[in-house]
Write a protein that binds this ligand. Structure first.
Ligand code: NAD
Length: 297
């Protein structure tokens, strides 16, 4: 029987443990604070930010939110981030991506105090991750590590194939998998849009992590018998539903499930983990900045 991993259940367990951490911080007079900035009218970005803020509220984390007109000058965004960096009640700062074209994305990522960079995208934190000394692990790949752990999938000595090389999923995922650390020690291949014969690569994998952003790119014929399949993709495809679309992953679930021993669904797999790990990083940031140790899950 294939194990279909329940990402909501794993995320809820982590959130329950984090609630205890928040209570322990509160006992020492520290309320973790997460500041978010949105400079976009994109509906998906608005939804993501409000989900993050709601999740904070639910855990007792103080949410601070600022919105900027997408036509505002870039300096205005940088000034807001600078003020959040200085605010002792703010332990985590997150600028929702994407930012408008006239704003230099790299400059925005550099503007966040690395100690408050709960997304883990500041170049200092990227460097620390690559060097094997992560301060904040980026939320989605960190969540995938937790999902693998919860599903009893040991990565050590396995061949992991990551499909996608983005800065937010593919690259940090591959970096975590090759670390000499728990959840790492995997022999790791990274595939991308220029990879020739993707199926030949994925068929060699004990663990496939699909993060291409291409609907149902990977089907059962590309999966080895008994493999673990983690589907990161969230793709809107036209459908005869009330909204006119439905969400599908990068994996063709039914055919892949026939082959896999362990598989994550979309929705309800990786998605809930991303927000849980953002809360994790925020609690870790508060604990570090206030110098109050807590036992993170
Ligand atoms: P991205 O577009 O930045 O990167 C996609 C990567 O996939 C690129 O590196 C590209 O080279 C590779 N790729 C594209 N087409 C390919 C193909 N045909 N074969 C092989 N490789 C191919 O996307 P991203 O930000 O990394 O996100 C990937 C997917 O994961 C998206 O669907 C996104 O919505 C989803 N996502 C989900 C979560 C979550 O929490 N569930 C979080 C982040 C991203």
């Amino acid at each position: 029987m294939t194990h279909v991993v329940d990402g909501n259940a794993v995320a809820n367990r982590i959130r329950d443990d984090l609630r205890n951490c928040v209570d322990a911080l509160e006992d020492e007079g520290v309320t973790p604070g997460l500041a978010t900035v949105l400079m976009s009218e994109d509906a998906a970005s608005e939804t993501y930010v409000s989900m993050k803020q709601r999740a904070c509220e639910d855990l007792g984390i103080e949410g601070i939110h600022r919105e900027l007109d997408p036509d505002a000058p870039a300096d205005e965004l940088l000034e807001i981030v600078a003020a959040m960096n200085e605010d002792p009640d703010v332990h985590g700062v997150l600028v929702q991506m994407p930012v408008p074209d006239h704003v230099d994305r790299a400059a925005v990522l550099r503007s966040v105090d690395p100690r408050k960079d709960v997304d883990g995208f500041h170049p200092e934190n990227v460097g620390r991750l690559v060097a094997g000394n992560p301060r904040f692990k980026p939320c989605t790949p960190h969540g995938i590590q937790k999902l693998l752990e919860a599903a009893d999938v040991d990565t050590e000595g396995k061949h992991a194939v990551v499909v996608g090389r983005s800065d937010i999923v593919g690259k940090p995922m591959a970096n975590l998998l090759i670390q000499k650390a728990p959840g790492g020690n995997a022999t790791t291949t990274v595939c991308h849009s220029r990879t020739a014969d993707l199926g030949a690569k994925t068929r060699e994998a004990d663990i496939v992590i699909a993060a291409a952003g291409y609907p149902e790119l990977i089907d059962g014929s590309m999966i080895d018998e008994g493999a673990t399949v983690i589907d990161v993709g969230v793709n809107r495809v036209d459908a005869d539903t009330e909204k006119g679309y439905e969400l599908v992953g990068d994996v063709e679930f039914e055919s892949a499930k026939e082959k896999a021993d362990v598989i994550t669904p979309v929705p309800g797999g990786v998605g809930p983990m991303t927000i849980a790990m953002l809360l994790y990083n925020t609690v870790a940031a508060a604990s570090n900045q206030a110098d109050v140790p807590v036992e993170l899950p």
